[in-house]
Design a binder for this molecule. Sequence first.
Ligand code: NIG
Ligand code: FE
Length: 411
Amino acid sequence: MWDTLWLDAHLASMTVGEAPYGAIEDGAIAVEGGRIAWVGRRVDLPGRPEALAREVRSCGSRWITPGLIDCHTHIVHGGDRAHEFELRLKGARYEEIARAGGGIRSTVAATRAASEAALYESARRRIADLQAEGVTTIEIKSGYGLDRESEARMLRVARRLGATLPLTVRTTFLGAHALPPEFDGRADAFIEFLCQDILPSAAAEGLVDAVDAFCERIGFTLGQTRKVFEAARGLGLPVKLHAEQLSDQGGAVLAAAYGALSADHLEYLSEAGARAMAAAGTVAVLLPGAFYFIRETRLPPVDLLRREGVRIALATDCNPGTSPMTSILLVLNMAATLFRLTPEEALAGVTREAAAALGLGASHGTLEVGKAADFVLWNITRPAELAYRIGGNPAALAVRGGQPLWPAMRS
Ligand code: NIG
Ligand code: FE
C-alpha cells in the first residue's frame, strides 16, 4: 500500500515526450517511502484510491510540477554589496570595481569575518525565499573564503543547511573564484596552493560534490582553470565552469573536454564552445539575474544552443555582487522576456535540465516513478503562468520526499 495518493491534479511531469510540459490532465501521483511510486492518469489507477493508499489527498484541480531546482548559487556569504550598487549607478563598471579591489574581494573580507552561525542564518533566510516558491534542491558554491579554513567553513554551512532544512543541497568548491589579497601578483602560486592543499582538504572532509572556477579576464586563465580541473579529476570530482560571462576565453571548450556537468553564464559563448558542449553533454546554465543586474547587453546565444542541441538550465546565481536575487520565479520570467526562452523551456530549465546540471538527472527534475517525491502544487490554470507573472507567488504547497513543507495549502 502506498503512503499517500495525490489526486485531482494536472501534472506538468516535465518528461520529454509528445505533450508540452509532459502534461497529464486529471492525473495522480502516489508516494511510497519518499519516492514517486506511481504517476499517470487517474483513470488508469489500478484500483479504488482508498484501497491503494493510507492517505488520499485532493489537489483541488491544481497543477503540479517537479520541485524546483536552483542549480547555481553563491547563497552562503557574508555582508552585501549595496554600496557597490550605488557606485555602479554613478557610472562605475563591475569590472572596474573588481580591479580596484572591491567586488568579490569585499565579500571575501565579509565572509572571512563572519562566524559559521552567522553564515548559516543569513543563508537560511535567503533560502526561505526560494523554498516559498517551491525550490526543493539547490546548489551552493564556496568561493568567498579563498583560504583553507574559510572555504571549508562555507561548505560546512552548506552541508548543515542540507542536513537541517527540508532541502537537497549539492556543494560546489569554487576556490578559483578570485585571487585573495595575500596572493596578490601570484595567481599561479595561489592555484598551486588551491590544488595541493585547499581543495584536497575540503574533499577529504567530504564537503565537495563538484569543482568550479571563474575563467575570465578578472578571474583565472584557461591554463589555471585546466590545473583546477586536473586536481578535480585526480580526486574523482566532476567539474563545472563560470565561462564566457564577460568575454570569450574558450572556457566552454575546456569545460567540455573535462566532461563538465555544466558551463554557466555563456553570454560570449562561441560556436565552437556550443558544439563542444553538445558533444560532451555539458548543460548550459543561463543566469538572467546576473545579465540583468550588471546590465549586460550581449545575449547568450540561445538559438545556437538550441541548434546544437545543448540542454539549457536556469538559476538565480544568488550572490551579493551580480545577482542579489532569491526568486526562482523571476528567473523564469527574465529568461522568457530577456532571453526569449519559451515558458516550457524556462520551466524545464529549473527542473529537468537543472537536475542534469547537478548530476541529479536520474533522481530529480521530473515526475517519474522512482524519483524523489519532490513536487509543487500551484494556483495556476496553465503552466505558462509560472514564467508569465512578475511578482506574486502562486505556490500552494511544496512537497519534499513526500512530506508537505507547510501545514496547509495556500489558495
Ligand atoms: O556568478 N562571476 C563570478 N561570480 C559571480 C559574481 C560574484 C560576485 O561578484 O561576488 C557570478 O556572477
Ligand atoms: Fe556565479
